[in-house]
Design a binder for this molecule. Sequence first.
Ligand SMILES: C[S@@+](CC[C@H](N)C(=O)[O-])C[C@H]1O[C@@H](n2cnc3c(N)ncnc32)[C@H](O)[C@@H]1O
Length: 286
Amino acid sequence: MDLTEDEERYVDTFTNAFRINSGDFDVIFHWLRNDFEQEVVVKLTSSFGCDEKISVLGVGAGDGSMDEIMIGKLCQHFPRFSYTVVEPGKAIEQFKRRVDGKDEFKTVDFCWSNITYEEFCRSESESDPKFSFISLLHSAYYLDNLGQSLRCLMGSLKDGGVLLIMLNRDDHDTTIFLNSLSWKATNTHSGRIDEIKAFAASENIRLTTFTFLSKLNVTPCFDETSEEGDKLLDFLTETAYLRRTAPARVLTETLDVLRTVSKEGDEGTRYFKGACDAILLFKGPE
Ligand SMILES: C[S@@+](CC[C@H](N)C(=O)[O-])C[C@H]1O[C@@H](n2cnc3c(N)ncnc32)[C@H](O)[C@@H]1O
């Protein structure tokens, strides 16, 4: 079964296997803490006055651990703003708890939408562009129709606004792994960045890209007694309960490909080389 169809398993594999083995988070947190302000927030201040109450949108924000950093940086430049969270999963409740009652966020008006972006887009389609900043951090994989969503996202961005999309690149070993599995007809990773760049070129949208390199420890996947390994295997193959449900030949092929694509680390460990891009799309003239 497709992992995205089993929310409980998806969250479990993301939180208790992927997150603790991925170096991605440290690298992204570092960029958000040290560069996001200069690369995004300061640019927004040249388009939107600090006395203006801007609107911000976070799509697929999960538990909000990354959004929290962005909100903190926005607070330093915009005394008041609204922050709309579109997150279809239960993780939205963790996000609410994270910001609830925090003194530093008391000037932020949070609007919670526990729906998919596609549903949100349909409900917004008649309204004027209203957002100054929109982010999709590792969530654009799950949009049904990326092209349509990009049009909707850019359509709801004000002139001078910025859209930030973070995604794994095609040279991320996870993408190479997924593309090498003969039993997997499609995956959510391949070609997404190319599609965004082609869309930006066709619409004359300026963009800037930052690339983050990291390592993902895949060692637990090779231990058939490891629950964490089973979960990581599910997350990487985008399949729920792969080890328990897949035919033997599928499991053998999957582990063979995993071994071939992964690299040898210290003390018998194996890892994937990670590469993701943060793409900033700027609406309107320079
Ligand atoms: C890999 S998690 C990323 C969470 C968070 N942004 C982060 O980087 O830690 C992907 C998130 O996208 C959400 N998601 C899945 N399908 C979605 C959709 N159609 N619209 C919006 N969000 C979606 C999931 O519920 C999940 O929280």
